[in-house]
Design a binder for this molecule. Structure first.
Ligand code: C5J
Length: 225
């Protein structure tokens, strides 16, 4: 066990039984012209966390840890996108419409890819999820159980939407969840701050939080170290 000085109290990282879960670090959310921007958001806020996410991903891989990437995405015929999701609000482009990076949030389109800086490598799990949560409509829970995973370390975007939803789903399924505070971001800084507070409140009711430096200082340099 690796003791981490997390909040609201110590998190004992069991590296062989932990997975790093990177939520939706996709071009559609992080680059201009994607879904995030069509909703009226300033996407530059999100790209600021990429270097911190890269450092953690690199160290986690070096330590031999398991990695899961998620993509919020829909089938080309949008059969997994309920009208309540597609028609909500007044974005410039809706899910399935064609934008500068291809069809918005559609699998296989350039905008739906994970950003090159955090691209998955062979052996890592990639989950396409039609909802906000990583467990809804996916086989993630079965895959994690198969791999003996009991702890999840979260990074990604956006904090109060897909990250928080996924953490809550994971908590209800019995996983211990740790959120890396400087490796998650929202288009709304106040929402990020509130989400981080509420997740760890009441004795880690949903999970723990930690700045990534606290994890990087403790990860072994190579598997088994
Ligand atoms: C949103 C996400 N914000 N990945 N998706 O629609 O948080």
């Amino acid at each position: 066990m690796i003791p981490l000085d997390a909040r609201p109290f110590e998190f004992s990282l069991d590296l062989p039984h932990a997975a790093l879960v990177i939520i939706d670090m996709q071009r559609d959310f992080i680059e201009p012209g994607g879904f995030g921007e069509t909703l009226g958001n300033d996407v530059s806020l999100l790209s600021a966390i990429v270097p911190a996410c890269q450092r953690v991903l690199g160290a986690w891989r070096q330590a031999g840890g398991q990695v899961v990437h998620t993509r919020e995405s829909h089938a080309p015929d949008l059969s997994d996108c309920p009208p309540a999701k597609r028609l909500r609000g007044k974005p410039r482009l809706r899910i399935g419409d064609t934008g500068p990076m291809g069809r918005i949030l559609v699998r296989g389109e350039p905008g739906n890819d994970i950003i090159p800086a955090l691209a998955p490598v062979a052996g890592e799990t990639v989950i396409d999820k039609p909802g906000k949560g990583a467990f809804y409509g996916t086989d993630l829970h079965a895959r994690l159980q198969q791999a003996g995973v009991t702890q999840l370390v979260f990074m990604g975007v956006t904090t109060e939407v897909c990250v928080q939803t996924s953490m809550r789903e994971a908590n209800d399924r019995g996983y211990d969840c740790l959120l890396l505070e400087d490796c998650t971001e929202s288009y709304f800084p106040a929402f990020k701050a509130a989400a981080v507070e509420m997740l760890r409140a009441q004795g880690a009711i949903i999970g723990w939080t930690l700045e990534s430096a606290g994890l990087l200082a403790r990860l072994p340099a190579a598997p088994g170290c």
